[in-house]
Ligand binder design. Sequence first.
Ligand code: MN
Length: 201
Amino acid sequence: MEENIPELGYQYSALEPFIDEETMRVHHDKHFKGYFDKYKKALEAENELSALDVQEVLSNLEKVPESIRQTVINNGGGYLHHRFFFSILKKDVNFSGIIADKIIEKWGSYEIFKEELSKVALNVFGSGWAFLVLNQNKELEIVTSKNQDSPVSQGNKLLIAIDVWEHSYYLKYQNRRNDFVENFFKVINWEKVNELYQESI
Ligand code: MN
């Protein structure tokens, strides 16, 4: 297992005004780190599992002892999802490439896709995530999850993740999750999503 969470890799203020610097600091340095620390602690005595990437662990939950399974689902999920989330954010990247072709093929247009993914994100009751994934049939699919339950546990590959836990938007947006979700679409790094798609097919 890694010693620590990865650095953000860009400035905390890089996504302003859509995601504010203070939220990025708390979200990356505190929340993300918190999940990682608890996940690491849970696997302290599990040498075989610790040697695997968290994505592999969550894809093979039956290998995780029952006594720590829920802790691994919660904190391993939190670790993986945040590592993923921060890695696909960048301002001013155009919707283009093969992923754009595939999205338009499936949903008809970018606008309809955006509407569908937004609707799912807004309908998450309480804490959770909305994802674009490549499912086991290698088809694009919008899925949602509660808390930190991970779609990778059902064999999906993550392509886009929207964090709709309040901690990801409350400092700036308070209860206006819809404004946060609307602005999230302005910080999707489509180049990165294209790379992920190419690696997953
Ligand atoms: Mn979060």
